[in-house]
Design a protein around this ligand. Sequence first.
Ligand code: PLP
Ligand code: COI
Length: 355
Amino acid sequence: MNAVINNIEVIKTKTSKIHDVDFEHLSFGSTFSDHMLECDFKDGKWQAPKVVPYHSITLDPSAKIFHYGQSIFEGMKAYKDANNDVYLFRPIDNCKRLNISAKRLAIPEVPENYFMEGLKTLLKVDSDWIPKNEGCSLYIRPFIFATGNGFHASPSNEYKFIIATAPSGSYFAGKVKVLIEETYSRSANGGVGFAKAGGNYAGQFYPTQLAIEKGYQQVIWTDDNTHEYIEEAGAMNIFIRINDTLITGPTSDRILDGITRKSVIDIAKAEGISVEIRKIKVHEVVAAARNGTLREMFGAGTAAVISPISGFGYHGEDFDIPEQSKPYAGFLKKRITDIQTNKCEDPFGWRFKVE
Ligand code: PLP
Ligand code: COI
């Protein structure tokens, strides 16, 4: 069945999978909704995006994505409130960041109206897939990859932009124990750490596997040069609470400019919490853990929202972070999810109603 919504052509599936989904027991990112947005770059321009049934993709073995990793992605969520109204959270920031990543990977930038109108249309078509239960949302994965053929190590002349969605529950089951990395690096000056390039995540898997073998769930990335400074927590930005001050590193070539991170900073400041954006040494955190002033550590990102850290390993020693009676992590998570799901006022103007 074909239709046009928001000027976007829609081809609907004949066989919805929605009745096979157990919305009461959703895992993260493993069930996919009926449709996706698809848009091809060819003949030097992005062609008109379409909403089509979710489907597999066939590529030539020489497609550049397989050899040179020209691939970028975003992570966002859609939420439904008690009245079935649908909201996004700061979506233009994701579109802008996708294009920042695109530029760095020599991928052509996607027009903002293709991204926004395409996403809004997709959400209208698949609105029944947006979960309403507490802690659940429709995880949205916009991504672009090189589909042009040839072994020549140069940018592709063809790309595919897709937005796929997955009704999802929590990313982590509970608190996580992390290992502060002393050997491997996620990113380097002049590199692609600030971009959401697929290869950044591939490079994290092996060091993370080693940490898991040692009994940790995640790696805390440190700077590539000295490993003396704390940078990120797995695929999240990191916050460290020493006494009552919340500290996070400044964004850079190496640290992703997270939308959750900047929202946490603004909410914390508005609540009168002291926030410091500065480089933070591993030794400062270890000293705070030893003298009892390290009160919280948590990761912040779209998928995991706020993920509290129960303890960390460093240089062969384990440090526990004691439970707080009023953790900033819990308070900030509630504030941000209440704004996202239209359970409270949005003084910052971050909520975006999909109409
Ligand atoms: N850092 C990295 C490396 C990430 O992949 C992500 C996830 O997108 C984040 C931080 C958090 O960013 P955001 O809050 O925009 O999801
Ligand atoms: C997100 O938080 O949305 C991300 O993109 C991280 C991802 C690797 C799950």
